[in-house]
Design a protein around this ligand. Structure first.
Ligand code: NAD
Ligand code: UDP
Length: 310
């Protein structure tokens, strides 16, 4: 029998791609979303699919649905979005995760948690293995998200220990690809959208901070491998190739328009200086590693933005 999957945050960037993947596997999908950062445009095409349903719902309120798998993605992911109402972000990460874990316990569903590399804060070591406990400012402007996701992980493991909920915790490192929102604010789409509009590219700080960018198709394959495995995690899912923000800007300018100017702006408080995943655990436990190189993934993402910005 087809599995019934609940995706919270199913109208967002990763939710779109996970929906596409699960429907293509012949499974059923119920999406719940409050459209805080997600878009109805991302779900229109599924509405006529008999295996798809959508419910407008805020995860800070409880919900009861008979499902086999819960993929808990609901939470704004871009710093500008999660910082615009930080108390709401804390409620989403705590109450939202609590409500969905409680549901998983009641209906005996498998529970996937979309956690983040932000649990490592501004890391002092690189690459970051899962055993690293992080360097998080508990009272800074990123703490609603960083501490919120740490709390989400804590809840997952307490539901696992107390109620044997079948959890899977993924720590996601900077993903990118088509179906990110044009005004999402994260670096890859910001740079692409700025360059396509002919605007200056905004680099925060001196651009020497690093990130590792994972193309969304690789990431979604990692989600499915983790859910199908018998490993609780936490496990890092990301691409281990590290780039400075200056390098990213140069690559995108080369692809779109070399003449676009760069404008340097102040580095936001607590912006991590380096981030690169150690993916040994994902390789060992899931046989997973990313395949799409940044060059190739950027071409696909630029093509998407060219189409929607016409
Ligand atoms: P996104 O902002 O595109 O999608 C988040 C979705 O959650 C949106 O559709 C939004 O409307 C919905 N949402 C937010 N708060 C909600 C609430 N209270 N109730 C119901 N729906 C709500 O972000 P994304 O990139 O798709 O990220 C999805 C998940 O993955 C998030 O939990 C994020 O923390 C995690 N994550 C993503 C990345 C990444 O690089 N994309 C990295 C680390 C972690
Ligand atoms: N950044 C930037 N210009 C932008 C957007 C982001 O220089 O227009 C920088 C940001 O300061 C950070 C990095 O790019 O150092 C990644 O930012 P993003 O918001 O994508 O995600 P983060 O990894 O910080 O959560």
């Amino acid at each position: 029998m087809n599995k019934r999957n609940l995706i919270t945050g199913g109208a967002g960037f990763l939710g779109y791609h996970l929906t596409e993947k699960l429907l293509s596997m012949g499974e059923e999908v119920i999406c719940i979303d409050n459209f805080y950062t997600g878009s109805k445009k991302n779900v229109y095409q599924w509405l006529s699919n008999p295996n798809y349903e959508i419910i407008r719902h805020d995860v800070i309120e409880p919900i009861y649905l008979e499902v086999d798998n819960i993929w808990h993605l609901a939470c704004p992911a871009s710093p500008i979005s999660y910082q615009s109402n930080p108390i709401k972000t804390s409620k989403t990460t705590f109450l939202g995760t609590y409500n969905l874990l409680d549901l998983a316990n009641k209906v005996n569903a498998k529970f996937f948690m979309a956690s983040t590399s932000e649990v490592y804060g501004d890391p002092e070591i690189k690459p970051q293995p899962e055993s690293y406990r992080g360097n998080v400012n508990p009272i800074g402007i990123r703490s609603c998200y960083d501490e919120g996701k740490r709390m989400s992980e804590s809840l997952c493991f307490d539901y696992y220990r107390m109620h044997e909920v079948d959890i899977r915790v993924a720590r996601i490192f900077n993903a990118y690809g088509p179906y990110m929102s044009e005004n999402d604010g994260r670096v890859v789409c910001n740079f692409i959208v700025q360059a396509l509009r002919g605007d200056e590219i905004t680099i925060y700080g001196n651009g020497s901070q690093t990130r590792s960018f994972c193309f969304v198709d690789d990431l979604i394959n990692g989600f499915v491998s983790l859910m199908e495995s018998n490993f609780t995690g936490p496990v890092n899912l990301g691409n281990p190739s590290e780039f400075t923000i200056n390098e990213l800007s140069d690559i995108i300018r080369d692809k779109i328009n070399k003449n676009i100017k760069v404008k340097y702006k102040p580095l936001p408080e607590d912006d991590p200086i380096q981030r690169i995943p150690d993916i040994k655990l994902a390789k060992d436990k899931l046989g997973w590693e990313p395949k799409v190189k940044l060059n190739e993934g950027l071409d696909l993402t630029i093509d998407y933005f060219k189409k929607i910005m016409k």
